[in-house]
Ligand binder design. Structure first.
Ligand SMILES: O=c1ccn([C@@H]2O[C@H](COP(=O)(O)O)[C@@H](O)[C@H]2O)c(=O)[nH]1
Length: 253
């Protein structure tokens, strides 16, 4: 499988808008637009609102790239069909589960390229593979029969994902240094599990602050509830964007 050049984003902050309310989602997108580098819509939003809802949110923040985080996981033929079905939404990023295996990963990548070509979309969606969900720790993995540290499983799944055409992976911030050491600077590292120092973890288990994650090598920092659950989402997004920018300056010094 030929290597692909992953997209790069000047502003790495992608705001996860998880709600069933399309009006609220559009208002949140508008509120964070000046601080965010992209908008992420996932299962909760898509199941309730479908493609029409995606268009509505897009219209609220038309300059921001869209990350469609639907985490496809099925047989290759079905995943390819699902990728083709969402391709007209022209997401910059699209997720599948790496544990779907080599043929599924290849099918997603090929379907994305073919659909973009057919639709005249200049840049096909970058297919990014979810490794181990950031809500899981080693004990959770043991309970589903996966022995050994979560970091080892993330490494194995990243190896498979990149070998079969994924542009990058979704991983926890705690794995970034190890992944960069093994796979270098090229693969796109998309990182949820981001929590400002004073924020509640909620169901996230493998977490770091925005500054720590950026310094460790995250290309895309996915932040949801610390922004969308704040009294002032625009201010919360601006503060996190500032923290990330300060970490970049420190790293560059
Ligand atoms: O391993 C993963 C993969 C995806 N996510 C998604 O990211 C956001 C995180 O939201 P927070 O509110 O900041 O926790 C959410 O949409 C998840 O579906 C993830 O958290 N972990």
């Amino acid at each position: 499988m030929s290597k692909i050049t992953p997209p790069r984003f000047d502003n790495p902050l992608f705001v996860a808008i998880d709600t069933t309310d399309a009006g609220r989602a559009a208002a949140l997108a508008r509120a964070v637009a000046s601080s965010a580098g992209g908008i992420k819509l996932g299962l909760e939003f898509f199941m309730a609102n479908g493609a029409g809802g995606v268009h509505a949110v897009r219209a609220a923040a038309p300059d921001l790239p869209l990350f469609l985080d639907l985490k496809f996981h099925d047989i290759p033929n079905t995943v390819a069909g699902a990728v083709r079905a969402v391709a007209p939404l022209a997401p910059a990023l699209l997720t599948i589960h790496a544990s779907g295996g080599p043929a599924m990963i290849r099918a997603a990548r090929e379907a994305a390229a073919e659909a973009a070509d057919r639709l005249g979309i200049a840049t096909p969606p970058a297919v990014v593979a979810v490794t181990v969900l950031t809500s899981l720790d080693d004990t959770d993995l043991m309970s589903v029969g996966q022995r050994g540290p979560s970091g080892d499983q993330v490494l194995r799944l990243t190896d498979t994902a990149l070998a079969h055409g994924a542009a990058g992976v979704v991983c926890a911030p705690t794995e970034l240094v190890r992944l960069r050491g093994r796979f270098g600077a090229q693969p796109l590292m998309v990182v949820p599990g981001i929590r400002p120092a004073d924020a509640a973890r909620g169901d996230q288990k493998r977490v770091m602050t925005p500054a720590e994650a950026r310094s460790a090598g995250a290309d895309v920092l996915v932040v949801g509830r610390p922004i969308t659950g704040a009294d002032d989402p625009a201010d919360a997004a601006a503060r996190i964007a500032q923290e990330i920018a300060a970490a970049e300056l420190t790293g560059a010094a």
